[in-house]
Design a protein around this ligand. Structure first.
Ligand SMILES: Cc1cc2nc3c(=O)[nH]c(=O)nc-3n(C[C@H](O)[C@H](O)[C@H](O)COP(=O)(O)OP(=O)(O)OC[C@H]3O[C@@H](n4cnc5c(N)ncnc54)[C@H](O)[C@@H]3O)c2cc1C
Length: 487
């Protein structure tokens, strides 16, 4: 661009900036006068947990505006069970949650932050001024191992179903589940391997399944006792384990490993790597992740917090995202009311590995994995949930009408070896009771009651056994045929 062009632009630019600012201000949604205004960007686990925590800490003393492009909250971690016919991805309307908890939803995207003016600019051209901003926009899943099926949630389910169809048709037999380097939350891949093994057995399909991971021990973040349990689970299910080596590339029907070895495979399933998109005005480090202190305050900015997959924390996991959100909410509440104590992020990892029947629960304080529990089929926290959000898990249970009240999620003490067996047996009894009650009601042609019992069983167990997932479809159809008097 020449000097004259520069000069002309130099004159136009300030007027343009003023015009854009005026236009945005005209579109600025009103603030309830005098209220402390919190803007939350994101419509996932961290955002909703933070809003629930804020309501718990400061009640209605804050106006909360939520910016999210998605009309529904999608409970992604249960996505993997869907192609195996074990359940469905739960979705809940954000407007419904907004009406219930009390926040203002905006179907829009955070585009940039203007920290100098304590304002965010949205993709729709709005400007929202904040007293506190929480950035919880998650991260974008990208292929880590080109040539493999990258499993990143519900959007990968069609590809996964096609792979299972090919397995059933006998078009492939050797399947490798590959944990790419830096995929620290590897549990979903163990889950896929175990679910595939069970599926193959159920359908009478011959399959050679192998899990390849850079971890020295299976799911080593949970500590040695849990790893031993997962190792046994893989062995029982017939999934081979190739630990301590990173998958490097997929080529010519082989998985090449960083060690130079090559493993033949008809198909490879891998986890994604994560990146955060640029948000101007927000300091972002490598791969776009946002640096914070232990209270989730964004480095270098005042009045701005971040939580969840967008942050620098290397383990991208919903339970941890919720814990970060709780820490951020306490900091925001403290800014509004100094009497509220700020709580730091003290990570405890809780995971429920879906097996096709009873989940395998695991728990460990991240900084002391040696204190982690052994895996158990009885829940290690209540309510049982795939994403162990302190407030989100009970809230979702209440929305589905399966938790009568919503006291915060609570750890159930680590069982000793004897109490573990007792607890597992009690849990199994409770589950069987719910399923038997469902069958009895169905026999009486009371589909409504039968379906209620299935909800209870699903809540206790996170998924239904395959035959009950099929029964549920049948009973839903029968209920529809019985007409409105059945409701
Ligand atoms: C296959 C799979 C299985 C998993 N299993 C488990 C599990 O068993 N247990 C567990 O705890 N975790 C699990 N996770 C991880 C868990 O889903 C994530 O860690 C968690 O969802 C992160 O929460 P978040 O709120 O940071 O991000 P997300 O839940 O991804 O939410 C981000 C939100 O921000 C919105 N958004 C994006 N950009 C913008 C923007 N510019 N402005 C405003 N909003 C925006 C998105 O639409 C979305 O609503 C699993 C993940 C995958 C992929």
């Amino acid at each position: 661009m020449g000097a004259t062009d520069d000069g002309a632009l130099g004159e136009v630019q300030p007027r343009l900036t003023v015009a854009i600012t005026e236009a945005r201000e005209a579109k600025r949604p009103p603030r309830e006068s005098g209220l402390f205004r919190v803007v939350v960007a994101g419509g996932g686990v961290a955002a909703l947990e933070a809003i629930l925590a804020l309501r718990e800490l400061v009640g209605r003393r804050a106006q909360i505006d939520l910016l999210a492009p998605n009309p529904e909250f999608v409970y992604r971690p249960l996505a993997a069970v869907e192609p195996f016919g074990l359940g469905e991805v739960q979705t809940i309307s954000i407007d419904q949650i907004a009406a219930d908890i009390g926040f203002v939803p905006h179907r829009d995207l955070l585009e940039s932050v203007d920290p100098g003016r304590s304002a965010v600019i949205t993709a729709g051209g709005c400007e929202l001024v904040y007293d506190a901003l929480l950035v919880a926009v998650g991260a974008r899943a990208e292929t880590a191992l080109p040539g493999a099926l990258t499993y990143s949630g519900p959007e990968s389910n069609d590809e996964l179903r096609a792979l299972l169809d090919s397995l059933r048709a006998g078009n492939l037999r050797r399947l490798i589940f590959a944990v790419p380097p830096l995929a620290r939350w590897a549990l979903p891949l163990y889950e896929l391997a175990v679910l595939t093994a069970r599926y193959a057995r159920r359908e009478g399909i011959a399959a050679d399944l192998l899990l390849v991971t850079p971890e020295a021990e299976p799911l080593e973040l949970f500590g040695p006792r849990a790893s031993e349990g997962v190792r046994q689970l893989l062995a029982i299910e017939g999934v081979g384990l190739h630990p301590s080596v990173a998958p490097a590339a997929v080529r010519d029907g082989e998985l090449r490993l960083a060690s130079g070895e090559a493993l033949e495979a008809d198909a490879i399933v891998a986890l994604p790597r994560f990146l955060a998109p640029p948000i101007p005005g927000l300091p972002q480090g490598p791969n776009g992740f946002v640096g914070t202190d232990g209270f989730m305050r964004v480095d270098g900015l005042s009045g701005v917090w971040a939580a969840g997959d967008i942050t620098w924390f290397p383990i991208k996991q919903g339970g941890l995202a919720a814990q970060q959100a709780d820490a951020a909410a306490s900091g925001i509440a403290n800014r509004l009311d100094p009497a509220v104590e700020m709580r730091p992020f003290t990570p405890v990892l809780r995971g429920a590995l879906m097996t096709g029947w009873t989940p395998h629960y695991l728990r460990a304080p991240l900084r002391r994995p040696a204190e982690g529990s052994a895996g158990t089929t009885a829940p290690l926290w209540w309510p049982p949930s795939k994403v162990a959000g302190r407030l989100l898990a009970p809230y979702l249970g209440r929305l589905r009408d399966v938790e009568p009240a919503s006291p915060p999620l609570e750890d159930l003490g680590s069982p000793t070896e004897t109490s573990l067996a007792e607890r597992e047996a009690d849990h199994q009894d409770a589950l069987e009771l719910a399923l038997t009650a469902a069958d009895l009601d169905a026999r009486e042609r009371d589909c409504v009651a039968a379906l209620r019992w299935l909800e209870v069983a699903e809540h206790l167990n996170l998924t239904l056994p395959p035959e009950y997932a099929r029964k549920r479809e049948r009973w839903i159809a029968q209920k529809a045929m019985q007409g409105p008097e059945a409701r």
